[in-house]
Ligand binder design. Structure first.
Ligand code: ADP
Ligand code: C5P
Length: 226
């Protein structure tokens, strides 16, 4: 047989359904860094393979009534915000060659849709993307390859404001409230930013000391009055 007659071997590292488990790729990165976009582009390129995308966002825990009343205090960027046991259950099944029903998360109401799921079928490649997919050792252990998507914080913020106001039922203020007060580009090389921040902290500490002083004066006065 000539080379061209031989069946093409599966690409190195990718699953051959009869012999191997699916190849699992973890894609992590900051909010609105382009994780989903990158994954979609990889999936398009691998069109001759069965590739599925699993989003960590699908495993956000729904808020209780009480939490919903104080949603501005809820931390959606903490590992506990995700139902990681459920994610592990679904990933375990997929890796073992079973199709699964993945929850659908409603960003507008911060809840899981109770009546509908997304059916994800058996595949050669599973891509798991999310802001904290590298946090849990058990999730990391599932991965054959890890990718980090890096995009400047100011670009991410601009994208997030647009996306969350258009698609996720948010207003600009609520997006900004979840964000940092100050972003330092170029880290430790940015001496101007660090000097300004140190100066601001000093001013705040000065105000704090002044408040303490007045509180003490008040207490002393009270004591005298007694
Ligand atoms: P993530 O999954 O990391 O949150 P997305 O891929 O969903 O990020 O991208 C966030 C938003 O930014 C989306 O609205 C998307 O259309 C947009 N976006 C992503 N990549 C680019 C890009 N290279 N240029 C412009 N907009 C982009
Ligand atoms: O798609 P992306 O990776 O940006 O989604 C994660 C982000 O969604 C987190 O930064 C989190 O703060 C935000 N989020 C939110 N409201 C929710 C759930 C998640 O703002 N109900």
């Amino acid at each position: 047989a000539t080379c061209s007659d031989a069946p093409a071997p599966p690409p190195r590292g990718l699953a051959s359904p009869a012999t191997r488990q699916p190849f699992v790729i973890g894609v992590c990165g900051g909010t609105a860094s382009g994780k989903t976009t990158v994954c979609d582009m990889i999936i398009q390129q691998l069109h001759d393979h069965r590739v599925v995308l699993v989003n960590q966002d699908s495993f956000y825990r729904g808020l209780t009534e009480e939490q919903s009343e104080h949603v501005e205090e809820y931390n959606f960027d903490h590992p506990d915000a995700f139902d990681t046991d459920k994610l592990l259950e679904c990933m375990g099944k997929l890796k073992g060659g079973q199709s699964v029903n993945i929850p659908i998360y409603d960003f507008k109401n911060h809840r899981r849709c109770s009546e509908s799921f997304r059916k994800v079928n058996v595949s050669d490649v599973i891509i798991l993307e999310g802001i904290l997919v590298f946090h849990d050792q058990r999730v990391r252990d599932l991965m054959d390859m890890k990718i980090f998507v890096d995009t400047d914080a100011d670009i991410r913020l601009a994208r997030r404001i647009r996306r969350d106001t258009v698609e996720r039922g948010r207003d600009v203020l609520s997006v900004l409230e979840q964000y940092a007060d100050v972003i330092i580009p170029r880290g430790g090389d940015n001496h101007v930013a660090i000097d300004l921040i140190a100066q601001h902290i000093r001013t705040k500490l000065g105000q704090h000391d002044l408040c303490k002083f007045y509180r003490n004066v008040h207490v002393v006065n009270t004591t005298f009055q007694i």
